[in-house]
Each structure stands twice: as C-alpha cells, then as structure tokens.
Design a protein around this ligand. Structure first.
Ligand SMILES: Nc1ncnc2c1ncn2[C@@H]1O[C@H](COP(=O)(O)OP(=O)(O)OP(=O)(O)O)[C@@H](O)[C@H]1O
Length: 330
C-alpha cells in the first residue's frame, strides 16, 4: 500500500504537486492519469525518495522510504528505462543492482526470463531497442520481488505483443496481491489494464475512483437505434413519450432509457430493429472532459488556452459538471 498525505512539491513559484492525498491499494492495478505537466512524474519521484516533498509525506507499507531496510524488496519501479549502464550487459546491469541490494544472483536469470530477454542477456544494453530497454527496466523493478510496483509509461516503445505482455504481467502481479501503480498516456491501454484510477490536473487530485465509475460519472450514456422503418420508430417513440435525437447514419439516440425498454417498445409496435445498442464514451473521452480545465499545454490552434474541443463522436449531456479538486468518487 502507498499512502500520500498532503504531498506538495514547489519549484520556485511553480506548484508541481499540490496537497495530494490518496491511498494506492494492493490487489489491483491503479492507473495514474493527468495531462502533460500535471505532476505525475514528480509525484512518482517523491514516492521513491528521488525528490524531497516541500510538505506532506509518502508512506510505503506504513514507512517512509528511507526507513525501508532493503527498498527494492518493498518497491520496484520503472521510471526511466534509459537509466541503465549502456556499456554493461543486461545480465551485469541486473547483477550489480542485485549485489548492492543483497538479492541472490539466481534472481537475475529469473527476471530476465520473465521479461523475455534471456537470449540477449549477455549483450550490452546500449544496443537495445526502446522496447528491449523497457523490458530491462521492468526486470530491474521485479528484481527484489517487491510487493509494490510502479511503472511510469511502461508501454512506451513496446510493439503490440509487448503491450499485451505487460498488460497481462501487471494483472498477474495485482492478482498476487501486489500494489501496482502505473501511468500511461495510452487511454485505450489504461482502460484495459487498470481497475482503479487516480487522476490529477495541475498537481491536484481530480478523481480517485474505480474505472467503471469514472467512465460512468464523466460521460454520457445513451441507446442507439437503427431501423428500416425509421419513420414508424420515431412516431412510436414520440407516442410513448420517449425523446429521440436524430444522429449520423440515419440512427436515433435516446438518453435515459435501457436497451430492454426500447427493444420491448419496438416489439409492441411491430417495428424491426437493425441496431439496438448501449453507448458509452471511452475512457479517453471521459478523461479529456474531466481534465479540460486543468490542461497546462495547449496546441497552437487554441491561443486562448481554452479547453480542447470535445473529441469526435463525443456528445456530452447537459448534466456534465466538472469537478476541480474533487475527491473520492469525483
Ligand atoms: N526540476 C524541475 N524544475 C522546475 N520545474 C519542474 C521540475 N520538474 C518538473 N517541473 C514542473 O512541474 C510540473 C509537473 O511536471 P511533471 O513532469 O511531474 O508532470 P507530468 O504529469 O509527469 O508530465 P508528462 O505527462 O508530460 O510527463 C510541470 O509544470 C513541470 O514543468
């Protein structure tokens, strides 16, 4: 478990991390999201004692990092895959780390096998591709068999097979009861991997919630209908007091109803349906909407620094409310 309590980091006038409090629990994959410059890397560095908080604290299984006798056995991290010594082989990079942390040498071969680098174990790591370097960084995080693992952008440079592999690795590690904390800009990937989300914007906590709740609470859901008898369908919906909106491709969209209700309504009126589907915005759409006001760097097409436009296909209900500084369940 990792506990952040009022964690704050200032660089001069710049507040990179602002009063961040949350608990990252074991047994699940927790995704760490935020726009560029939101403070994710700074937070992760403070978790590993690579940077000092201006105020507040981080506890790893109840202890400060400096109180951990053999930290690699508590917490393993992939922060910067390029941090390895390029002139050393993959094996020797890991061996040095193992020896300085009193980890048995046999563990080196084990983790190289886990990440699929056994065949290139004796090759110098400076010749490694980005993906191989990423795997070596993951091997070093796993070396101490820690209960807590932290990955900053782990899928960077990995091919689809590699992405699939790391997704399964994280899920397996979480199912063993470990705490897995991962940041990624790839929302589609995060949606498949994380069970829980911590979202920050401009250093502040925006959400600490399950993946399912995050998408449900931050996006519009509706039912899409398509029929070869569109006119009759529209009339039938109108007759039964259901508001339908005409959308692209000759479809109708209905908010606030279930597929069951609408399927039965169509059946009562003897109307054939070619599509009856529940629609929900993606994690990416929900994320962009939530963080719209907390984006630090905008493209030049938005000189006013306003929020990015809604993504293509996203349609937000009137009830949308942004929750700056929202906490649990926000
Ligand atoms: N050493 C530093 N000195 C001054 N400012 C810094 C330093 N490190 C980070 N910052 C600033 O703190 C803020 C948070 O940066 P950080 O790298 O933690 O964000 P991030 O969420 O990891 O961003 P990204 O997604 O782009 O990697 C940014 O405005 C950044 O410019």
């Amino acid at each position: 478990m990792i506990e952040l309590d009022g964690l704050t980091k200032r660089y001069g006038n710049k507040v990179a991390v602002d009063q961040l409090s949350c608990v990252i629990k074991p047994g699940m994959v927790t995704g760490f999201l935020g726009p560029n410059g939101a403070g994710k890397s700074t937070t992760m560095r403070m978790m590993l004692d690579l940077d000092n908080p201006t105020s507040g604290s981080v506890r790893i299984d109840g202890k400060h990092y400096r109180e951990l006798e053999e930290p690699l056995k508590y917490i393993g991290a992939l922060l910067d895959a390029k941090a390895m010594h390029g002139g050393r082989s993959a094996y020797n990079n890991l061996l040095c780390l193992a020896q300085s942390n009193r980890i048995p040498e046999q563990r080196v071969a084990e983790v190289l096998e886990t990440v699929g680098l056994t065949a290139v174990a004796r090759k110098k790591s400076k010749g490694f591709s980005l993906g191989m370097g990423q795997r070596l960084g993951i091997a070093s995080a796993l070396l101490g068999d820690p209960r807590i693992l932290m990955f900053d952008e782990p899928v960077n440079g990995l091919d689809p097979e590699g992405i699939h592999w790391i997704r399964n690795l994280m899920k397996t590690l979480a199912s063993q009861g470990r705490t897995i904390f991962v940041s990624s800009h790839l929302m589609s990937e995060m949606a498949l991997t994380a069970d829980h989300l911590i979202v920050i914007g401009q250093g502040r906590l925006l959400a600490d919630t399950s993946m399912a709740d995050f998408i449900q609470e931050n996006s519009r859901s509706y039912v899409r209908l398509r029929s070869p008898q569109q006119e009759r369908l529209r009339d039938a919906l109108h007759q039964e007091g259901v508001v339908a909106v005409e959308a692209d491709g000759g479809t109708l969209e209905v908010d606030g109803a279930t597929t069951e209700d609408l399927g039965e309504l169509a059946a009562r009126h003897g109307i054939t349906l070619h599509e009856l589907s529940a629609q929900r915005a993606s994690l990416e759409e929900a994320f962009m909407q939530m963080t719209a006001g907390a984006v630090e760097y905008h493209a030049h097409s938005e000189p006013g620094g306003g929020a990015p436009p809604p993504p293509a296909g996203a349609q937000w209900g009137e009830g949308w409310v942004q929750r700056p500084g929202g906490g649990e369940g926000a």
